[in-house]
Design a protein around this ligand. Structure first.
Ligand code: 5GP
Length: 141
């Protein structure tokens, strides 16, 4: 019996989905979604199902890279720009501190095959940080 597919084995199927990823369709205006910020190469959405008081997604406009490993290997400067934008968003929409998460592979909970960074943070002036930031489990995949 075959074991569960690994990240590489999932790549072909995942790549087929990337061309019309939900993020690409939002950026194109084909489905609703507010773009909070954009540069020539990167845009930002609020996560539709937030798992932190502030939960944003920083996404390259290109759908070429399935995950952060592929992106880092091919265009490290684009990855650096995503992190710069994440930091800016944490300053503008939160208190400046943030958690950055790249789910990588379906087994780690990645559901959209278009690399994106989850930016999780507390809003400015939050009464308490006692609950911490709970980014959720690795998912069911
Ligand atoms: P992943 O599970 O791939 O790491 O993250 C994908 C994220 O995209 C999830 O946190 C999910 O809530 C978010 N998401 C899925 N569909 C939409 C959508 O239509 N709009 C927005 N803004 N976020 C979405």
């Amino acid at each position: 019996m075959n074991g569960p597919p690994g990240r590489l084995a999932q790549t072909v199927e995942f790549r087929d989905m990337a061309e019309s990823s939900i993020f690409t369709r939002i950026l194109a205006g084909d489905i609703p979604g507010e773009v909070l910020h954009e540069t020539d190469r990167v845009f930002v959405l609020r996560d539709i199902a937030p798992k932190a008081p502030v939960h944003l997604l920083v996404i390259p406009k290109t759908a070429e890279y399935i995950d952060v490993v592929a992106l880092a290997a091919a265009e490290p400067d684009l990855l650096a720009e995503m992190i710069e934008v994440a930091s800016l968003m944490a300053t503008v929409h939160a208190d400046g501190d943030f958690r950055l998460v790249f789910n990588t592979g379906m087994g780690a909970g990645q559901t959209v095959p278009h690399v994106h960074a989850h930016v999780m943070a507390h809003p400015q002036g939050a009464d308490s940080h006692a609950d911490g930031l709970t980014e959720g489990s690795l998912g069911d995949a």
